[in-house]
Design a protein around this ligand. Sequence first.
Ligand code: LLP
Length: 445
Amino acid sequence: MNNVTQNFNFYHGNDPRELVQTFGSPLYVYNERILRERCRDIINLSTYPKFAVNYAVKTNSNLSLLKIIREEGLRTDISSEGEAVAALAAGFLPEEMLFILNGVGAEELAFASKIGSAESQYDTLSATVSVDSLSQLETLGRVNPGGRIFLRFNSGIGGGHHEKVVTGGDGTKFGIMPEYIPQVKELLRKYDLKLIGINQHVGSYIEGELYLEGVEAILRLARQFENLEYIDFGGGFMVPYHKQNGEGPIDLRAIGKRLDAMFFDFAKNYGKELTFMVEPGRYIVAECAVLLGTVHSLKNCGTKKYAGTDLGFSVFKRPTVYDAHHDIDIYRDPARGEGRGHLHADELSASDSKQDIFCGPMEKINIVGNQCETGDFIARDRELPPLREGDVLGILDAGAYGYSMACQYNHRARPAEVLISQDGEVRLIRRRDTYEDMLANMQGL
Ligand code: LLP
C-alpha cells in the first residue's frame, strides 16, 4: 500500500507517533509547504491581469493558516460575521472580504456593509456584500441605501460530490434565478444600489468541465448588467482523495487556459477590464492536513470487524455526513514485536523508519469513532493491514471542512492543531479545548 505521507515528506522528519504523544490524540497536523503550494497553484490559474482569488474561510479558519493564505496574496470569501472577525484577526482588511450571505438578519447585513466604512472601527475601504434573494436585497437596500453590492445568481448549473453540497441548479436554496432580473433591477433603483458584481457557486468538488460550464452560464447572464466591475465564479475545485490508488491532481493548467480565453474575450466585448474571481476552499487547505488518531479497541460483530478509535464525528464529520472517502496511513509502534512479520521497513529513510510499509495480507475493517451513534465512522469496509491497539492512524487530506466542522458532542474536547513549518519545526496553532472552556458559557445553576 502506498504510504502517501511518506511520499510527500509530509512530516518533514517528525514522527507522527511522537506528535500524538506530545500534543495528544486526536491531533490535526498541518504542513505549511503544501498549503503555500496550493495557494500558488490557484493564484497562477489565470494570466488575466485582474484575476483574484478569494479563499472560502468556512473551509478552515485557523488564524495561523489564514495568515499564510494572506501572505500568498489571496483575499477572502466570508459567510458570517464570525468569519469576518477571524479574518480581521489574521490581518485581512475589509476590502479583502466579499461577504456571501444567505438567510441572514438586518443586523448581520448592516455589520457586513459597514465593516470598512467611516461608521465602523475599521477605517479602510469597506467590504462588499453579496445577497441571494429578493427579500435579502430589499433588507440590504434598507440598511445600506446607495451601497455598492454584489448579487449571487443561480445560473442553472449545479454539481458536487454529494447532494448536500450541490449549490446551483434546480431545487437548491442558493442564488437568485435569472427570471427575477426585472424585479432585481427595480429594487436596485428603489434603494439606489450600485450592482458592481455578480457571483455564483456551482457546488463543491466538481469536474473542471462543469466549472467551465458554470463560468459560461454566468458570463451570459452578466451581459444583462451594464456596470459590473467584478464577476466571481465560486469555488469547487477537486482534490485527489484517492492518492493511495495513484490519483493525481486535477489539470489546472488546462482549466486555466480555457478560463483565460473566456476572460479576455468577455472583457473585450463588455468594453471594460473587469476583475474575475474564483473562490476555492477545499483546494487550498484539504491536502495540507492529516488528522492523527489512535486505535483503542478491536472487535468482531457478526460478519463485521471494527476498530474503535478516538476519531469520532465530533472530530471529523465528512465520512458520517457525506460518506466521504479519506485515505488512511498507519503508523505502528516499531518497538512492539508481535505481528512485525507483516511489515518491513528496509526501504525507508531513518526519519521515516516508524512509518512502516505493509506487504502482508489485507483485511476489511470498519474504522469507527467513540461517539454514541451508529453513524459514527471514518471508513467502512476498508482494506487495510490488520490493525492493532495502539496503532496511530493518519486520516489524509483532512484540512478542508475538518476542524471547521468539529464540535463538542458527548462533551468531547476538540483536538489541538499543530503546524509543521517549512524548516520542519512543529508549532502549536490551537490548543485542545479544556473542560473549563466547555463549561464556561453555561450559567444559571
Ligand atoms: N464559495 C461559496 C459561496 C461556498 O458556499 C463554498 C463552499 C465555497 C466557495 C468553497 O467551495 P470549495 O472550493 O471548498 O468546494 N462541508 C462540505 C463542503 C461544503 C461546501 C460549502 N460551500 C464538505 O466537507 O465536502
